[in-house]
Design a binder for this molecule. Structure first.
Ligand code: NAD
Length: 395
């Protein structure tokens, strides 16, 4: 099959296996170019196939030499459809891990279900005994509650008042004003149920009850805060409420793990182009400005650079740097005053006419297509390739 990008709204409905492989390899090479990390040896990544979870799995394996189990929800190729990008990423990761002599197994299914938790625990019991680090990196539009069967949908909306600001269609570069109506109480409740910490707590409880957590086990989930200009739609909106819940869950989990000296952390990460963030209004325009400024200052990072810092300079450094709320901050460079002042200045000026010039919308687009394996150097996109790819360690 000759595979080209096909977009529908914010998503790309095709993915390129060779491009995804190249993308994974680039991240592995980055980690290999850095000093090895004295870190965990058995790592479970929940949401390991794309974005921050993928970078976590790569850093654990190729930075720490860890055995990894990845849990994700992706689709293999079927009929005339390609597999999802995360499927190809996991196939490439597994191949590279095996070549490097590292244990790696993958579980594809709904991480919100009890059956996937049970399957994961069985695998850990059988192959490892105990796990040292659990990364919780799910970003999902919906969740079926494992006990009640209720289906929750998450929405990205402000709370209280409608919110109007600039946004961009990053495919066309058209800047327009968007008004997002406030969420209802029920929408807030549902978003918290999907993106809050209830499932994170359930996972850790299940792992603890099964006796598979090593002494001193650590678990980390990711959050985002961002600048004032996105607060209405992020920090003070429905997703922000879910992140507040996630932070409360970190405290509950740390309590739960007291007897084994375990800890749960929230890591506040940088805004980056992922499948999830491209669906948030206003945020792609903000990211385009942010990237321009951070690149000019030589402080730009992608998921893999962020994750290397998380492991090497925070979690497994001699002292763990935390903010006043007990969180890890990897958004320190994004939130620097000089960076945010320049973003704010450009924000007021940006429009359809000057967007290509004063923002890094080009870089945004490139990163977006790269998520699906397109636009990578060294890949001939006019060549036939097989869309049917197996994940070697899939159980
Ligand atoms: P992503 O969309 O790239 O990855 C989501 C992962 O979740 C994928 O591996 C996917 O397979 C998995 N997943 C989704 N539903 C699942 C299900 N039901 N069962 C099993 N797996 C499932 O997202 P991301 O941007 O890397 O987000 C990960 C976390 O990082 C989220 O908590 C997000 O809020 C946070 N974060 C993101 C940003 C950003 O700018 N992208 C910034 C800070 C924090």
């Amino acid at each position: 099959m000759i595979i080209k990008p096909k977009t529908r709204g914010f998503i790309c409905t095709t993915a390129h296996p060779e491009g995804c492989r190249q993308n994974v390899k680039e991240q592995i090479n980055y980690i290999k170019s850095k000093d090895p990390i004295k870190g965990p040896k058995k790592v479970l990544v929940i949401g390991s196939s794309t974005g921050y979870g993928l970078a976590s799995r790569i850093t654990a394996a190729f930075g720490c030499g860890a055995d990894t189990i990845g849990v994700f929800f992706e689709k293999p190729a079927e009929d005339k459809r390609t597999a999802t990008a995360g499927w190809y990423n996991m196939a490439a990761f597994e191949e590279e891990a095996k070549k490097a002599g590292l244990y790696s197994k993958s579980i594809n299914g709904d991480a919100f279900s009890d059956s996937i938790k049970e399957k994961t625990i069985e695998l850990i019991k059988k192959d490892w005994g105990k796990v040292d680090l659990i990364i919780y990196s799910l970003a999902a539009p919906r969740r079926t509650h494992p006990k009640t069967g209720e289906v929750f949908n998450s929405v990205i909306k402000p709370i209280g008042n409608p919110y109007t600001n600039k946004t961009v269609n990053f495919h066309t570069g058209e800047v327009s004003e968007i008004t997002v109506e406030p969420a209802t109480e029920d929408e807030i409740r549902q978003t918290v149920a999907v993106m809050g910490g209830e499932e994170w707590e359930m996972w850790i409880e299940a792992l603890k009850t099964a006796g598979v957590l090593a002494d001193g086990a650590i678990t980390v989930a990711f959050s985002y805060i961002g600048p004032e200009l996105t607060h209405a739609v992020y920090k003070n909106g429905t997703i922000g409420k879910a992140k507040e819940h996630l932070e409360a869950s970190a405290k509950n989990i740390t309590n739960l793990l007291k007897d084994i000296d375990g800890k749960a952390y929230i890591s506040v990460n940088k805004a980056l182009v992922t499948q999830s963030s491209s669906a948030i209004p206003v945020v792609p325009l903000y990211i385009s400005l942010l990237f321009k400024i951070m690149k000019e200052k030589g402080i730009h990072e992608g998921c893999i650079e962020q994750l290397y810092r998380l492991f090497a300079e925070r979690l497994y450094a001699d002292t763990l740097l935390l903010d006043n709320e007990g969180r890890i901050r990897l958004d320190d460079l994004e939130m620097r005053e000089d960076v945010q002042n320049e973003v704010a200045k450009l924000w007021s000026k940006v429009n359809t006419e000057n967007i290509e010039e004063i923002t890094d919308i080009k870089g945004y687009r490139e990163d977006f297509f790269k998520l699906f394996g397109f636009g990578l150097s060294g890949i001939n996109y006019d060549e036939e390739c097989s869309e049917k790819v197996d994940i070697p360690g899939l159980v």
